[in-house]
Design a protein. Structure first.
Length: 343
């Protein structure tokens, strides 16, 4: 088994040529294009090989690099499975005609309907909630309620959030569009920008650290960023996490926005059966424990408990909006955030 970066594409290409020789060899391999940026994912591939005897070959790169590669390779692509973060990116691959539907009773039982494509083009494997992380000493939880409320004047100078170009924020705005419509979403965006403690900079972890440092009072962040700080062995990370508390927005109406890490089978997959087996394995309790305990995401399979750090935050109501719908709103979300000055 091996894992390669895009700079070593020739290595995978040579390996794929070898694995495609003869029917016996074809039954023993699956090729993954993976844009999840977690080196620990190797544990998943090792577990799959141990369970099935199927060799896993991995090409890693950014979402943009892998999409471009699949497009340029066309029918000649050796890729069987595409794995990425955010439903918007899965929707992009689907819109480009790169994916094929998979109907699997195993997957449909393990993954709730609102975490998978209605036509089986992709399946969510792990969730991340778009939470509000607030300073314990400066904000009372009863002051918080919804994403929409963050645009109210009382939060002026208190909000920290990364750039609107982040796919995480485009998906969040896409979900608000689905709930509130274009006019209300644009007005909300204008209010949010007016309430920012500083112009957006850095990623979600940077927003959390900035709240801990007193730059602002409330950060919009994916849940696993704070969970990793809380579970870290580094005192500096724990110190940040200890200053923050979690609030799940919109619990009295539609629920908190959730997004997914997900996987799909390529339309041109040379090893489709093995690809489906891989997706089914990734939805299994064994693999879902990895998403819970190592990457600190919420397992997509509701039969698997979250990591203790996430459990300590308590249960929450999820927005049941299917990711395909808020991903469809991404283009309009980008135009709205651009117009209202959320750079």
């Amino acid at each position: 088994m091996f894992s390669s970066k895009l700079s070593r594409r020739a290595v995978l290409a040579a390996s794929v040529v070898l694995t495609l020789v003869g029917p016996a060899a074809a039954e023993e391999v699956v090729n993954i294009y993976n844009s999840r940026h977690y080196g620990t994912d190797q544990q998943l591939w090792d577990g799959f090989t141990k369970a099935t005897g199927i060799q896993v070959n991995v090409v890693e790169g950014t979402h943009e690099q892998l999409i471009q590669r699949m497009k340029s390779e066309g029918a000649r692509s050796p890729a069987d499975v595409f794995i990425t973060v955010d439903a918007g990116r899965l929707a992009e691959a689907s819109g480009l005609g790169l994916l094929q539907p998979v109907r699997s009773p195993v997957l449909e039982k393990a993954i709730p309907a609102h975490l998978r494509d209605p036509d089986g083009l992709w399946y969510g494997l792990a969730m991340r909630a778009r939470i509000l992380a607030y300073a314990k000493d400066r904000v009372k939880p009863e002051e918080l309620s919804t994403y929409e409320a963050l645009a109210e004047p009382r939060f002026k100078g208190k909000i920290l959030v990364r750039s609107s170009t982040s796919v995480y924020n485009l998906s969040l705005v896409g979900s608000i569009l689905a709930a509130d419509g274009s006019a209300a979403t644009e007005k909300w965006c204008e209010g949010l920008v007016a309430n920012m403690a500083r112009p957006p900079e850095g990623g979600d972890t940077d927003q959390l650290k900035a709240v801990a440092a007193g730059v602002g009072d409330i950060a919009i962040s994916n849940s696993y960023y704070l969970a990793r700080l809380a579970a870290s062995d580094k005192p500096v990370d724990k110190e940040v996490a200890e200053k923050l508390a979690v609030f799940f927005p919109n619990q009295k109406d539609r629920g908190t926005h959730v997004n997914v890490s997900g996987a799909a089978v390529l339309k041109t997959a040379p090893h489709k059966d093995n690809a489906v087996k891989l997706l089914e394995y990734l939805a299994s309790p064994e693999a879902q424990r990895y998403f819970a305990d190592v990457s600190l995401e919420y397992p997509a399979n509701p039969a698997v408990e979250p990591h203790p750090v996430l459990q300590a935050w308590g249960p929450f109501k999820q927005d049941p909006l299917n990711p395909t719908l808020y991903a469809k709103n991404a283009a309009e979300a980008a135009m709205i955030t651009d117009r209202c000055g959320w750079r």
